[in-house]
Design a protein around this ligand. Structure first.
Ligand SMILES: [Zn+2]
Length: 253
């Protein structure tokens, strides 16, 4: 069987363009994507967007990183009300897969206490360190109420049929991971932040900051190989590309 994929835009964030593309000047406003995958055996959410608490407590949630970001999260743009518009409750989600634990990817994790949260073990460990928390890279307030955490260290074929496969894509962070899906229209890879933009992959134009440059390049070469084999890559934060992605309730085809 094939899965159905739905894309949501859960607000936008604006940061330094050089953060996305080394050497660029000015700022870049990018979408915050969240994805819903429907499989016969359950629904999977890939990332959860920004914590709506940022509307009032940006500094508490982003810490030392707060000054680097301006966040536009209109009322109702977070994932829970967007799912409600499709008739879905948080308890309808069986798995939450986090690409990584930066604020714009796990901010609504606590809204899904019944789901199994799938996170890479190296990412979870990195997020526990006092120095990364002090730097504002991670904040446990975004995921301190999840109860069913599943740490993985490699690939995870969620339904054991090859249709929804989590795979490691390190470099942006120590435990970054992406999702490979088999849809009616072929293989789709939800890259997340291992590949911010189309230019990142086409030109190997790396971001200005990352956890490990060599790992990131190896990850991008892996994505290029998958692309060469016919997979469609969905970039993590590409505003131009994002305009071509159908938004829920239309499925991504
Ligand atoms: Zn990130």
């Amino acid at each position: 069987m094939a899965v159905r994929l739905f894309a949501f835009t859960c607000g936008h964030v604006t940061g330094k363009a050089s953060g996305f593309l080394e050497g660029e000047s000015g700022t870049l406003t990018v979408p915050v994507p969240v994805f819903l995958i429907e499989h016969d055996q359950g629904r999977v959410l890939f990332d959860t967007g920004v914590n709506p608490g940022v509307r009032r407590e940006k500094h508490e949630l982003l810490g030392a990183d707060a000054e680097n970001w301006s966040i536009d999260l209109p009322e109702g743009a977070e994932i829970v009300p967007q799912l409600a518009r499709l008739g879905l409750k948080p308890s309808d989600i069986r798995y939450v897969v986090n690409s990584h634990l930066h604020y714009d990817h796990c901010g609504c994790n606590n809204c899904f206490p019944d789901a199994v949260t799938v996170v890479h073990a190296r990412e979870w460990r990195a997020a526990q360190r006092p120095n990364t928390q002090a730097a504002g890279i991670y904040n446990p307030l975004n995921y301190d109420r999840i109860t069913r955490r599943r740490e993985i260290d490699g690939e995870l074929d969620i339904f054991d049929d090859g249709t929804v496969v989590v795979f490691p894509t390190p470099g942006h962070t120590p435990g970054h991971q992406s999702l490979r899906l088999e849809t009616d229209s072929g293989t789709v890879v939800l890259a997340a932040d291992c590949c911010y933009l189309k230019r990142t992959l086409d030109d190997l134009h790396l971001p200005g900051t990352m956890y490990n440059r060599e790992q990131m390049l190896a990850t991008l070469m892996d994505l290029r190989r998958m692309q060469g084999e016919g997979a469609r890559i969905v970039y993590g934060h590409d505003p131009d590309f994002w305009r071509s992605v159908p938004q829920a309730p239309s499925p991504v085809r």
